[in-house]
Design a protein around this ligand. Structure first.
Ligand code: UFG
Length: 334
């Protein structure tokens, strides 16, 4: 059993971060959150978890949090996440993600915080021409979002060589679903992610779902993605943290996906199945920058961590996303 060290979660009021907070708290880790609440929600963090509203680049604030909480590990989720916005406003992304991550890492180094987990992304691979993406697949991002994450991966690698810090970069594929117990989920308005959009349509919050392209080189012509349940992803973070603590000289970079893909049509069929209704679908032209197919090779994470996905079933992912969408409605928040 590894020691359960105090963890600071940046972006802990956001979608993936709030699930990581629950995973840590459920497993008995001391956990605190920093979030600027620009896209996150205070209510997404349990009242029992110390919460700091602020900026991850605020070095005096970080020094105070580390001192108050005795922080020994950081899970870093904070940042903007909208790919088209990163194309329209690249400097926002290089500021918000790259520059602020640099400041956060500097605070960690200054305080001697020895472990960091970084939420990276399959977007760092760009448009790979392999059926399954391994960690060795070249990273050629096609947008500032992916590039800003890749730059942070490089910073962490260099810092880990120069200072007593090890890190784990987890490259997420398409994250979806919600806490099975209904405590948190994807709550930001104006979502663009397929499963969120589809469950909103299923509940009448929008009239239809656009299908962006039906001429891709995939079995049914629509885009194929590797959808991973956010709770399985959060569990991977906790296991990765245990691995960093157990081997302080080793850093890790791992894909987080299930290693299988579903098309847009298959996802919409699953939503129809789960709701027993039919969402209106509208064919549209391709969206700029979308690869045909993006599926992980998850051999490395499976070989490195005792990670056993519990929710790797499309209908389960959709069912949890749907339950959360209903809950948002009940709370008057969606
Ligand atoms: N899609 C539609 N209609 C929609 C929304 C999406 O047809 O209304 C399609 C897309 O064209 C794509 C698939 O559904 O084929 C998935 O699209 P998402 O927008 O849900 O997700 P992306 O694959 O574009 O991107 C996501 C995250 C990024 C992350 C990336 C990893 O948004 O943050 O996965 O590759 F970087």
């Amino acid at each position: 059993m590894t020691d359960k060290l105090p963890v600071l979660v940046t972006g802990g009021a956001g979608y993936i971060g709030s699930h990581a907070v629950l995973a840590l708290a459920d497993a008995g880790w001391p956990v605190a959150v920093i979030d600027n609440l620009v896209t996150g929600f205070r209510w997404a963090v349990p009242d029992t978890v110390p919460f700091y509203q602020g900026d991850i680049a605020d070095e005096p604030l970080l020094a105070r949090i580390f001192a108050e909480q005795g922080t020994r590990a950081i899970m870093h989720f904070a940042g903007s996440v909208v790919v088209p916005e990163s194309v329209a406003d690249p400097l926002k992304y290089y500021h918000n993600k790259t520059a602020k991550s640099r400041a956060l890492i500097a605070s960690a180094v200054a305080a001697g915080v020895p472990h960091m987990i970084f939420s990276s992304t399959a977007a760092t691979y760009g448009v790979p021409d392999v059926p399954r993406v391994t960690e060795a697949t070249p990273q050629v991002p096609i947008n500032p979002y992916g590039m800003s994450k890749l730059m942070t991966e490089h910073m962490l690698a260099d810092v880990a060589r120069a200072h007593p810090l090890n890190y784990c970069a987890l490259r997420y594929f398409n994250v979806a679903g919600a806490d099975p117990a209904g405590r948190t989920g994807q709550s930001t308005a104006g979502a663009t992610h397929l499963i969120k959009v589809a469950v909103e349509a299923a509940l009448g919050k929008r009239g239809h779902v656009d299908i962006f392209g039906s001429d891709y080189a995939t079995p049914d012509g629509t885009g194929v993605r590797d959808y991973i349940h956010v709770t399985d992803l959060a569990a991977a973070h906790v296991l990765a943290l245990e691995a960093l603590i157990a081997e302080p000289a080793r850093s890790l970079t791992m894909n987080c996906g299930y290693g299988r893909g579903f098309s847009v049509l298959e996802v919409l069929d699953a939503v129809d199945r789960v709701t027993n209704r039919r969402i209106e679908r509208r064919m549209q032209p391709r969206r700029a920058g979308d690869p045909d197919s993006l599926i992980s090779d998850n051999g490395r994470i499976k070989a490195t961590l005792p990670w056993v996905p519990r929710y790797d079933d499309l209908d389960t992912i959709v069912g949890h996303a749907l339950a959360w969408e209903r809950r948002l409605g009940e709370m008057g928040r969606g």
